[in-house]
Design a protein around this ligand. Structure first.
Ligand code: RNT
Ligand code: ZN
Length: 418
């Protein structure tokens, strides 16, 4: 009997000391948070205004989800194309109101997210959450939590507190901790006259949000940094040093690194092991910046692979909360969703199928010539055959069958939408 491609690949990996069966098993258990906002270009359901906060989607591909029902249906379709364990990542702007009902962001309640809880529970997913500090009339002169206007700050602090209560509700309902990420686009287009003032106000505002009572092992608050945004090129209140220092000095608060939020030659793969030396847990937004924080669909590229490798090599799979964060409206959104998720799964699989122990040994013995040779050899191990087998076992299409499924849904559902 001839061997299948998978069996032969498995033997090749075994000869390198890699057990692909245990790699696949491990991968299937790692939760990765799937962002609802790829499905509708970060619009949400609570406003008709434009996307603000220094972030931008470009493109006008047909078939965008316009209602909670459509977004959920599209997400279901995307989920059916993704192997592995998923968690749902929601923004507060995706509250689902009853017909005729509305609650502003400072008045949001758990019941406004009941439909999402049902959705998540039926699919065995936990839920992560994000207060939405953008796309709203209460943003004054580009500022929210760092605004000099106490009324504006109070509104957004109350929004943050409401989100803590909703996060606690998500964790209680699903039995899975809820990662709640604080990101604001607060900043200035041009050279500020006061850099510290907004940061002091930002600091105090986050402290007030976190004074809302919550269960430390149910709600995991994070602060996400950013270097600049569109229209806020000169200064952001939540810079890298600001958020990292905040997280380091506030027990229970995690730093969140988005790999689109640094200067282009900085790499988050190198920052992960640095933070893991100090923080029991950290969080990530996984994206693909091209020249700026462009939030392209995550691909199986070098830096994506390097980030996954660091998490695996640092034994950090249980200490790093991984969430996808990108939004491309120029291509089929369901495909974009699934493609990014699959790419991160591939990167994790590649990391789990790398002979990390042996490579570390070479480094410690200063065997740098051999290390280079081995690291290059590891790149061409037959990962594709393991990936195909993993997809088969997970009941999702292999890469070559993926597009047919996307096209079918596009023809039958997306293109029929007005
Ligand atoms: C923006 C941040 C932020 C958002 C989401 C929608 O630059 O990355 O995380 O993308 O909250
Ligand atoms: Zn982000």
């Amino acid at each position: 009997m001839t061997m299948t491609r998978f069996e032969s690949a498995k033997e090749i990996y075994a000869s390198q000391g890699v057990d692909v069966e245990s790699a696949m098993k491990k991968l299937a258990e790692i939760p990765v948070s799937l962002h609802c906002w790829q499905g509708d270009d970060v619009t949400g359901f609570d406003h008709d205004g434009p996307l603000t906060g220094g972030i931008q989607t470009t493109g006008n591909y047909p078939g965008k989800a316009k209602t909670p029902e459509q977004l959920m249906a599209d997400m279901d379709q995307a989920l059916s194309l993704m192997p592995g364990r998923k968690k749902l990542n929601l923004h507060a702007s995706y509250a689902v109101f009853e017909p005729g009902e509305f609650a502003d962001r400072d008045k949001l309640e758990p019941r406004h997210f009941k439909k999402w809880v049902e959705f998540a529970k039926e699919r065995n997913m936990g839920i992560d959450f994000n207060p939405t500090f953008f796309s709203h009339p209460k943003i004054k002169d580009g500022l929210t939590l760092s605004s000099p206007d106490p009324e504006i700050r109070a509104f957004w602090i109350n929004h943050g507190k409401a989100c803590i209560r909703i996060s606690q509700y998500f964790a209680e309902e699903t039995g899975i901790p809820c990662v709640m990420n604080i990101w604001t686009g607060d900043g200035f287009k041009d050279i500020p006259a006061d850099r510290m003032g907004p940061r002091m106000r930002y600091k105090e505002s986050i402290e007030q949000i976190l004074s809302e009572p919550f269960d430390r092992d149910k709600v995991k608050p994070c602060v996400e940094s950013k270097v600049f945004g569109i229209g806020v090129e000169a200064y952001t209140a939540g810079s890298a040093e600001f958020t990292l220092s905040f997280a380091a000095t506030h027990e229970g608060c995690l730093p969140l690194m988005d790999n689109g939020h640094y200067h282009p030659t900085e790499v988050v793969s190198d920052k992960i092991p640095a933070l893991l030396c100090f923080f029991p847990e950290i969080a990530l937004h996984i994206t693909r910046p091209i020249r700026w924080d462009s939030d392209h669909v995550v691909l199986f590229d070098d830096e994506t692979r390097e980030m996954a490798k660091e998490i695996v090599r640092c034994d950090g799979l249980e200490r790093v909360y991984m969430a996808l964060d990108y939004f491309d409206s120029s291509i089929n959104r369901v495909s974009a969703w699934a493609m990014g998720f699959r790419s991160w799964q591939k990167a994790l699989l590649a990391a789990l199928c790398t002979p990390n122990g042996r490579l570390k040994e070479l480094q410690d013995q200063a065997g740098f010539t051999e290390l280079m040779v081995e690291q290059e050899a590891a790149k061409l191990l037959p990962l594709g055959d393991i990936w195909d087998e993993y997809c088969r076992r997970q009941g999702v299409p292999e890469d070559r069958d993926f597009f047919a499924r996307v096209k079918k849904y596009e023809a039958e559902v997306l293109l029929k939408r007005q």
